[in-house]
Design a protein. Structure first.
Length: 318
């Protein structure tokens, strides 16, 4: 089959970083799917920002990556592949859209009603009105996310959980003396609460994740100031290989999505499980779908319970 995968215009997807620079879950999913579609023998193109690359995949360089990009310009680049009247037209069998905006649906509505298009909704809160076609094919990585999206847009949403690649995720039984928080550095991911719990319960912590979004800079500075470099270490963005090593050696992954934010999936939790690392997570959105309570980790009903559970993991108390 001929498959077009559409990523965002926010982050570049770079082969040398293993699919992403830092930690961008959406971009990682788009990269991995494009690569594995190609390995399965399909002819694959990936629409992503300038400078992106993926082995065995044609990369359609859209626009320079920008954190505030509305993706209109990116859609203008790949639109030439989708409109039958254009000289660069490619008759793709499937288009898999991961973008934040819905410009590809404008192409479908105005030029290609026959376009086979499926959209993965990585954040249902980004969509607050029906898609501009009668029967959109929409999927969410969790029942929690799909239910929210369906209620907001008034259209059905199916559930297809994200897969992960395990080849770079080493299973390690002998853990090192730290609890890991791996997430975008922002209030909704609860990094500040993780620091508070580490201090209260006396366990060592490493914090890693994307810290480049402009709206979060004041918060990021405050987080860094609270890290002493000994009990609590701040690393910020790390390459995928380093991230995987951190996951594999941690006593546990502490995941604290805050009230008011909905955890749609949580790739980091699945990756931790693949490394034999327990997950301690605050109950929110898809967390109970991803964490098998008492087996792959623990789902905490409140923050204090999460802190106590993380301390038990850190101190080897079952």
């Amino acid at each position: 089959m001929k498959i077009l995968v559409i990523s965002t215009a926010v982050y570049p997807i770079k082969e040398e970083w293993g699919g992403l620079q830092g930690y961008g879950g959406l971009e990682q999913v788009a990269y991995d799917l494009a690569e594995f579609y190609a390995k399965a023998g399909h002819q694959v193109a990936l629409a992503a920002p300038v400078g992106s690359s993926c082995p065995g995949v044609e990369t359609i360089q859209t626009v320079p990556a920008a954190l505030t990009n509305d993706e209109r310009g990116a859609s203008a680049v790949y639109a030439h592949r989708l409109r039958k009247e254009d000289k660069d037209f490619v008759d793709y069998d499937v288009v898999h859209d991961h973008s934040w905006q819905r410009w590809v649906y404008k192409i479908k509505a105005e030029h290609r009603p026959d376009l086979r298009l499926v959209s993965t909704l990585h954040n249902p809160l980004s969509y607050n009105s029906p898609f501009p076609v009668r029967f959109p094919c929409l999927v969410s990585p969790s029942h929690a996310g799909g239910g929210i999206a369906s209620a907001m847009i008034g259209q059905p949403v199916e559930t297809v959980p994200h897969g992960i690649r395990v080849d770079g995720l080493p299973f390690v039984e002998a853990k090192e003396d730290y609890v890991l928080m791996l997430a975008r550095i922002c209030p909704e991911k609860g990094i500040h609460e993780g620091i508070r719990l580490a201090r209260k319960y006396g366990f060592k912590m490493i914090i890693a994740g994307d810290d480049i979004l402009p709206p979060n800079q004041k918060y990021i500075t405050e987080v860094i100031q609270k890290c002493d470099g000994k009990q609590i270490r701040y690393l910020g963005p790390v390459p995928r290989s380093v991230r995987n090593e951190l996951l594999s050696k941690a006593r546990c992954l502490l995941h604290l999505p805050m009230p008011g934010y909905v955890e749609i999936f949580g790739l980091n939790m699945v990756e931790a499980s693949a490394c034999g690392t327990h997950v301690v997570a605050f109950r929110n959105g898809a967390v109970p779908e991803v964490v098998d309570h008492g087996r792959t980790g623990f789902v905490a009903g409140n923050l204090e319970e999460a802190g106590a559970l993380a301390a038990n993991e850190a101190h080897g108390i079952s």
